[in-house]
Design a binder for this molecule. Structure first.
Ligand code: NDP
Length: 331
C-alpha cells in the first residue's frame, strides 16, 4: 500500500520534489463502522495548489508530511459499515493512497451503470456543480446575453460554455492552444474561441468576438486575460470569480489593473464563488446536469493519466495546460 505526502510547500510552480511516495503501514483490517477502500480514480485540481500553502483560505492548508487529499472514486473492498457493502463504488474527499480505511463520513455511493465512474469527479462531481451553480447563481443568465469564459477548455470552463448554450447565450471561450479552441467550437458548440497564447491584443480580440460587449464573465484564470475582458463589459455585467489559476504560482503580489472604475462605470458586479457555499442547491444542479447529459445536450472530455505514481505530475501539468477537460488519474 502506498501514499503520497506533501513533502515541501511549493514555491512557485509545484515540482516532483514537493511530494514524497512512502509505503503506508497503516492497519487495513476493517473494524465495526468502517470500510476498506481501493482507489480507482483520482481527481487533480488547481485549487489543491492553494491548500499546499501555509495560508488562511476557505479550506485549511495540507499539513507537511501528511497525505494529500482530493476527490477520489474508490471501490469498497470490505465493509463493516451498515450503509456500504463490498463491491459498492463511492466518491469522496480521500487520501492519495492506493488503499485506505474510512468511517464512511463524507462518502456517497456512485452508480457505474448511470455514468462512467470518472464522471463523478468531473461533470457529475465538483467541477460540473461549479459550472452550473457559478453560472446560474451569480451569472443569472438571460437568453440572448453574451457570456465569455476563461479556462474554457478545462473541466469547469467546458461545461460552463455548454450550459451557456443550453440557456440561449452567445458563448465565447478563451483557451491556450489552437487544438483547444477548435475543440470549443467543434465539440462543445461555443460560438467563438480565442487562443490567448497566439493573440497579442486580447482586448481587441474580445471586442471583435463580442462587438456588443460582454454581459457575463465566468473567470477561471484571473490576471491579464481578465483585465482584457474588463475593457469589454456591458452595463450591469456579472463577473463570476471562480478561480485565478494564472496567479496561483505567483511568488509576488500580482500587478493587475484597478477594477473599480470598470465596475462603477458599468454598474457591474464581480463576485467570488465557492461551490461549497451552495450545498443546498446541489440536488437541483445534479438533476440538470444528469438530465442534460442523458439527453445528449451536454458532453465532456477527460485527460486520463494512468498510474498512482503519476498523480503529482498530472497535478503539475494542469499549470502547463496539458489537460483538455477534466484531468483524472486512473489507478
Ligand atoms: P482546468 O481543467 O481548467 O485545468 C486548468 C487549466 O488552466 C489548464 O488546462 C490551462 O488551460 C489553464 N491555465 C493554466 N495556467 C494558466 C495561465 N497562466 N493562464 C491562463 N490559463 C491557464 O481546471 P478546473 O476546471 O478544475 O478549474 C478551473 C478553475 O476553477 C481553477 O482556477 C480552479 O481553481 C477553479 N475552481 C474553483 C472552484 C470554486 O468552488 N471556486 C471549484 C472548482 C474549480 P490553457 O491551456 O487554456 O491555458
Amino acid at each position: 500500500n502506498q501514499t503520497i505526502l506533501l513533502k515541501k510547500r511549493p514555491i512557485g510552480k509545484p515540482a516532483q520534489t514537493d511530494f514524497e511516495f512512502v509505503k503506508d503501514d497503516a492497519d487495513l483490517s476493517v473494524k465495526q463502522g468502517e470500510l476498506l477502500l481501493e482507489t480507482l480514480y483520482v481527481s487533480v485540481d488547481p485549487y489543491l495548489r492553494g491548500r499546499m500553502n501555509d495560508a488562511k483560505s476557505y479550506a485549511p492548508p495540507f499539513e507537511l508530511n501528511q497525505p494529500i487529499k482530493s476527490g477520489i472514486v474508490a471501490k469498497v473492498i470490505a465493509s463493516e459499515h451498515p450503509n456500504f457493502k463490498e463491491g459498492d463504488y463511492v466518491s469522496g474527499m480521500l487520501d492519495w493512497k492506493t488503499r485506505q480505511i474510512s468511517n464512511g463520513e463524507g462518502l456517497f455511493k456512485v452508480d457505474k451503470n448511470k455514468a462512467p465512474l470518472s464522471a463523478y469527479l468531473g461533470i457529475l462531481g465538483m467541477t460540473g456543480l461549479t459550472a452550473y451553480l457559478g453560472l446560474t447563481q451569480i451569472g443569472k443568465p438571460k437568453s440572448g446575453e453574451i457570456l465569455i469564459v476563461s479556462g474554457a477548455a478545462g473541466a469547469v470552463g467546458s461545461v460552463v460554455g455548454q450550459i451557456g448554450k443550453i440557456l440561449g447565450l452567445n458563448v465565447i471561450g478563451i483557451a491556450g492552444s489552437d487544438e483547444k479552441v477548435a475543440m470549443l467550437t467543434d465539440k462543445f458548440g461555443f460560438d467563438h474561441a480565442i487562443n490567448y497564447n497566439t493573440t497579442t491584443d486580447m482586448k481587441s480580440a474580445i471586442a471583435k468576438a463580442a462587438p456588443n460587449g460582454v454581459d457575463i464573465y465566468f473567470d477561471n484564470v484571473g490576471g491579464p486575460i481578465s483585465d482584457a475582458v474588463l475593457f469589454n463589459i456591458n452595463k450591469f455585467a456579472r463577473m463570476i470569480i471562480c478561480g485565478a489559476i494564472s496567479v496561483y504560482n505567483n511568488t509576488e503580489i500580482p500587478k493587475s489593473i484597478s477594477v473599480q472604475p470598470f465596475l462603477v462605470k458599468n454598474s457591474a458586479m464581480m463576485q467570488g464563488f465557492i461551490v461549497g457555499n451552495y450545498v443546498d442547491k446541489f440536488p437541483e444542479a445534479m438533476n440538470h446536469l444528469t438530465t442534460w447529459l442523458t439527453e445528449g445536450k451536454l458532453t465532456y472530455t477527460e485527460t486520463v493519466v494512468e498510474g498512482f505514481e503519476n498523480i503529482p505530475q498530472a497535478f503539475i501539468d494542469l499549470f502547463d495546460g496539458k489537460n483538455k477537460g477534466k484531468m483524472i488519474v486512473k489507478i
